[in-house]
Design a protein around this ligand. Structure first.
Ligand code: 5RP
Length: 216
């Protein structure tokens, strides 16, 4: 199985969804990297926002403008990768530590499309669940999130501390509520199906499309 070919297949299919005049959110990671390379070739006339400095830099290095995400209030489309995907549309994201901005972009998009290779498709979600924590009181916050550990990674672009929740994820909705309700948690990497419109999975030589629903 050629994982890189599967990532590229999904990414190229997502590039076909981009039309001139759209406002488009761009995710972060190696799968999205194939999309960025394709956009540098196709150069559709769209407005972009990026979920990370890494993605913004790749686009700007290709001579493509990226707007700050402070003036636009909606996006037509956002495309991003994921670390884990279930058939019901639950995601775990944030392996690259960008999940806070990724979730804001996902929630702001009329259509949120997830691109991945088939290895990301799982029967059920499992740890780690990425966390971004406020630095203030971080040891106390971690104590409320047992079992979890700090990640050996630089701070997020918003100066948050990255960590991972290591417990069971048998009820993602309940865990989401617990993590979101813990003081000191800026954002967690569980993305509910209500955010997700569709999933494009490269699977061997084919593309698997899974419609979830998500924002209408
Ligand atoms: C970054 C993410 C990425 O989308 C996720 O880690 C998948 O990355 P890749 O495409 O490199 O496997 O959530 O925060």
């Amino acid at each position: 199985m050629d994982v890189e070919a599967e990532k590229r297949r999904a990414a190229l299919a997502s590039a076909d969804l981009i039309e001139n005049g759209m406002r488009v959110g761009l995710g972060t990671g190696s799968t999205v990297g194939y999309l960025l390379a394709e956009l540098a070739v196709r150069r559709p006339r769209v407005s972009y926002v990026a979920t990370s400095p890494r993605t913004a830099t790749i686009m700007r290095d290709a001579g493509i403008e990226v707007d700050p995400f402070d003036a636009l209030d909606r996006l037509d489309l956002a495309i991003d990768g994921a670390d884990q995907i279930t058939s019901g549309g639950w995601l775990i994201k944030g392996g690259g530590g960008a999940h806070t901005r990724e979730k804001i972009v996902a929630a702001s998009a009329d259509r949120y499309v997830v691109i991945a290779d088939a290895s990301k498709f799982v029967e059920s979600l499992h740890a780690p669940v990425p966390l971004e924590l406020l630095a203030f009181g971080v040891a106390a916050t971690l104590g409320r999130l047992h079992p979890s550990e700090l990640r050996a990674a630089p701070r997020s672009p918003d100066h948050g501390v990255l960590a991972d929740y290591l417990g069971v994820v048998d009820d993602p909705a309940a865990l989401s509520a617990r993590l979101a309700g813990t003081p000191g948690v800026v954002a967690h990497g569980l993305f509910p199906p209500s955010l997700v419109t569709e999933i494009l999975l490269g699977r061997g030589g084919t593309l698997q499309q899974i419609t979830i629903g998500g924002p209408q």
